[in-house]
Ligand binder design. Structure first.
Ligand SMILES: Cc1cc2nc3c(=O)[nH]c(=O)nc-3n(C[C@H](O)[C@H](O)[C@H](O)COP(=O)(O)OP(=O)(O)OC[C@H]3O[C@@H](n4cnc5c(N)ncnc54)[C@H](O)[C@@H]3O)c2cc1C
Length: 401
């Protein structure tokens, strides 16, 4: 087996274009195959492009358009249901002062896609991977339009419902329901909100609410509503926006924050959908196929790291394929390098998910303990390890962390 020179990149979300750009920098030709026929995925609300994700894009000289699509949000103020400020948590700062940005999910997709295409990378839409065959000299991917393509390696950037994952390991665990529902939107015309660039998150009595004020004054918001049992297929789609508004009125009635005002000023928002995460995946790769990003380790959105970890993965995988003699060796080095970091972040986010709507005793304990923790960890190594993580493109793979 020799080093990879060509790649099929399956999925054109965040990891996909980032991987194709990183591979191009490493001298490996990649084509992106995206299932959606046209346009970008407009589902989801805003996403955090954290400093570590921005830093990884910088190695590709691709940070500009992604950062320009959003606005800086250097920290998150946490409040309890009564409006009491529990503290502030930093979302990182790079050496040149760059801070994490909040971006509409669809705009980040568009920025990365357009940047990849501008660099001459082919993105083929309407090609959903359905099967693949590996041989000693390469891998062949088969798509739902009847077409197929061959290359040295196949990289699954196909998100939390990854097909590549089950082609690598038919026994791979499926995504897991997190116990939370979410939606969000954009509210205009309000006054008295947090100043532009500030992110506020409120532990409501019955549900969690977060919003960031954009430079023009618009409030970008999301909710996390606990629901122990996973809703059945289509169950939530049938609930109208007016019915959700009524439910929110009940959920946030006892909270001091601006949740109801903001939701009331939002013309429309998507029906709630369940948040899923990936349990620990036993295998990330076979000899010629690998999964990265959400396909391998989808964290809860609570982490604010899904997009940034996907971009980091892209960079590390490209250096491994550049430096190691065989695809299998490169994939093993990639998994060895990335697993400890991503699993730590996934676990931390899962712990935070479970603290989003505790009972009265839990609220009392949280309001006492959280301010102490936030003060103690304001500049902690653990926080810096997440947000200041730097990948040295010129280092030999294997020495990367
Ligand atoms: C509906 C939704 C809403 C979200 N909202 C938020 C949010 O509000 N805030 C937040 O922080 N995070 C959110 N996330 C998580 C965040 O988007 C991910 O962590 C991040 O996008 C991971 O990037 P990725 O490239 O690994 O996967 P994705 O961005 O999911 O990209 C996967 C891509 O692969 C394509 N694909 C899937 N299967 C195939 C196939 N068989 N063949 C070819 N292409 C395929 C998909 O169409 C998609 O474009 C959301 C995720 C989802 C799914």
């Amino acid at each position: 087996m020799s080093a990879a020179q060509t790649a099929l990149v399956v999925g054109g979300g965040i990891a996909g274009p980032a991987t194709a750009m990183a591979l191009a920098k490493a001298g490996i030709a990649a084509t992106v195959y995206e299932a959606r026929p046209d346009g970008t995925d407009d589902s989801g609300v805003m996403i955090t492009l954290a400093t570590n994700g921005i830093d990884a894009l910088r190695a590709l000289d691709a940070d500009g358009p992604a950062v320009a699509a959003g606005f800086p949000t250097p920290g998150i103020t946490l409040r309890n249901h009564a409006g009491k400020r529990l503290g502030v948590t930093s979302t990182g700062r790079l050496a040149d002062g760059t801070v994490s940005h909040t971006v509409r999910r669809a705009d980040l997709y568009r920025a990365l896609h357009d940047e990849a295409v501008a660099r001459g990378i082919t993105v083929l839409r309407g090609r959903r991977l359905i099967s693949a065959q590996e041989g000693s000299s390469g891998v062949r991917g088969v798509f739902d339009d009847g077409s197929s393509a061959e290359a040295d390696v196949l990289i699954g950037c196909d998100g939390i419902r990854s097909r590549t994952r089950t082609l690598i390991d038919p026994a791979a665990p499926p995504p897991q329901y997190s116990g939370l529902l979410t939606t969000g939107g954009y509210a205009s015309g309000l006054t008295g909100l947090a100043p532009p660039g500030e992110y506020e998150m409120i532990f409501g009595k019955r549900a969690f609410f977060g919003y960031a004020t954009a430079p023009g004054g618009q409030a970008w918001w999301f909710v996390n509503v606990p629901r122990p049992h996973e809703p059945g297929p289509g169950e939530l789609a049938g609930v109208s926006t007016a019915q959700w508004r009524e439910r929110f009125a009940g959920l946030y009635a006892q909270d001091a924050g601006p949740a109801l005002e903001i939701i009331g000023a939002t013309a429309d928002f998507a029906p709630l959908w369940p948040i899923h995460t990936m349990p620990r995946l036993p295998r990330w790769h076979s000899d010629r196929m690998v999964v990265i990003g959400d396909a391998a380790h989808a964290p809860s959105p609570t982490s604010g790291q899904g997009a940034s970890l996907s971009i980091e993965d892209a960079l590390v995988l490209a250096t491994c394929l550049r430096d190691l003699r065989t695809p299998a060796g490169a994939f093993a080095a990639f998994e060895r390098t990335r697993r400890p970091r991503v699993e730590k972040i996934v676990k931390a986010a899962a712990r935070m998910n479970s603290s989003k709507a505790p009972g009265p005793a839990g609220r009392f304990a949280r309001d006492l303990i959280l301010p102490v923790i936030l003060r103690a960890t304001a500049n902690a190594k653990s926080l810096r390890e997440v947000y200041e993580h730097h990948i040295d493109w010129d280092a030999t793979a294997g020495s990367l962390s």
